[in-house]
Design a protein around this ligand. Structure first.
Ligand code: IMP
Length: 425
């Protein structure tokens, strides 16, 4: 039997409920790997009747035998990392020999967070999480970023910090916060923090290749969602990494041909945080009702999420980009009370009909959704323990989605807890 190498990712604009799915699937895997993003993610998990939100450390950490890797494709804020380490330790969760951080991952330094805040204070804002993600990836691609490798030579590390800070002070001369940052203070602070987490740093590419050779099962955990991908998302209203399946290989070192399944997570409606196009957005009582029933507030920033109907045009595109092999449908229970439920099956733009998603802002801002209506099932679906017992209206909704995207919905989540998950055979 071949070992399972699975990518699990979001098919919308993030917040699809991936945390719970990873938590449920983790026992089947020896390793769970984060491959992109940083502490901008917010994965909520209910463990021992308590809710936890993890931003950086994979949610697989709650499964005792599972090892967790923060891969080379991520950007890591040492403050966020240390906060999570301390939170998990306080809960009695063992980390030694279970948490591994790639030497090749880039650091988010205080100046990245300052620049994120400066950029977000302008009219060109993206609506970021202000966690320094974009500026850290900017440093990475400008080839001036700092990786955990750099702590091997403190002189080199200091010089890099000094050079980066001097450069940024020249670009943003009016930022008091930036001007007050002294290279030596930043350097000493980072060295001190490094000593607290250095034991977790390793060559994760080697670790994962050994795991592949030992036929271990590996789950690659995507953060954010496909429509926030820097290439395939609604650029520039995107995050600065690749939440898509292609990013899993780049951000972990696992060869593409080793990946044998891609599980896509999709919410029964759509949400988005921050700016950017959203064709099915509901700026009416329906939108408010979804937000209220779905408790749609950002897990990282607490911002209210924009809500709208499920967009099958976008979903089909996301399935194609990622080569999704099966789907987890989440939060369908949020629609339990609705008399009528809509899904978008095409866009109308300048009197033309489009059934293909084009990730171009001007196009999408001009698109009006064409909807198909479904009669609501009007009952609490969390009472059903197998798919056949669900009401006909629910079957019609699920099966229409499957046919439209030509992909099987294998799991249906009917509530927040681990137990509320129906597996369809
Ligand atoms: P950044 O990733 O903080 O640079 O933010 C870029 C965009 O991605 C903004 O619209 C954020 O709201 C969005 N974003 C980043 N992380 C998440 C997430 O985990 N869930 C949903 N949206 C996110």
């Amino acid at each position: 039997m071949t070992n399972k190498i699975t990518v699990l990712l979001g098919l919308q604009w993030g917040d699809e409920g991936k945390g719970k799915v990873i938590d449920i699937l983790s026992p089947q895997y020896d390793f769970v790997v984060r491959y992109q993003g940083g502490a901008n993610a917010g994965h909520s998990i209910v463990f021992n009747n308590k809710k936890y939100v993890l931003h950086l450390i994979p949610s697989g950490i709650f499964t005792e035998h599972t090892k967790c890797v923060i891969g080379n494709g991520t950007v890591v804020d040492p403050d966020a990392l240390l906060d999570e380490i301390s939170l998990l330790k306080n809960e009695g969760i063992k980390l030694d020999g279970r948490l591994f951080l790639s030497e090749g991952a880039h650091l988010i330094l205080p100046y990245h967070k300052i620049i994120d805040a400066i950029n977000e204070s302008t009219s060109e804002k993206i609506g970021t999480t202000k966690r320094g993600i974009g500026p850290a990836y900017y440093s990475k691609y400008a080839r001036s970023g700092i990786r955990f490798y750099d702590f091997r030579n403190e002189d080199v590390l200091y010089n890099k910090i000094e050079r980066n800070l001097n450069y940024l002070k020249r670009i943003f001369p009016y930022s008091d916060e930036l001007n007050e940052l002294e290279p030596i203070i930043v350097f000493r602070d980072q060295i001190r923090k490094f000593s607290e987490y250095r034991k977790f740093i390793t060559d994760t590419t080697e670790l994962l290749h050994n795991a592949l050779n030992d036929k271990k099962n590996i789950l690659l955990e995507g953060a954010q969602g496909t429509l926030l991908d820097i290439d395939f998302g609604t650029y520039p209203y995107v995050t600065s990494s690749h939440p898509t399946a292609g990013g899993a290989s780049i951000g972990s070192g696992i060869p593409p041909l080793k990946i044998n399944s891609v599980i896509g997570v999709v919410k029964a409606y759509t949400t988005r945080v921050g700016e950017g196009p959203f064709p099915t957005e509901l700026i009416d009582d329906y939108g408010k009702k979804i937000a209220k029933l779905g408790v749609e507030f950002g897990a990282t920033t607490g911002r209210p999420r924009r809500c709208g109907w499920l967009d099958l045009v976008a979903l089909k595109y996301a399935c194609e980009i990622n080569g999704v092999t099966e789907i987890v449908l989440t939060k369908a229970d949020v629609l339990d009370e609705f008399d009528e439920i809509q899904v978008c099956v095409a866009y109308e733009n300048n009197s033309l009909k489009f059934t293909r998603f084009i990730p171009y802002v001007d196009f999408l801002n001009n698109c009006k959704p064409v909807y198909k209506s479904f009669k609501g099932w009007k009952t609490h679906i969390n009472q059903f323990k197998d798919y056949n017992s669900f009401p006909t209206e629910f079957h019609q909704f699920v099966e229409f989605i499957e046919n439209f995207i030509n992909t099987k919905i294998s799991f249906i989540s009917t509530g927040a807890s681990r137990e509320e998950m129906i597996i369809r055979n």
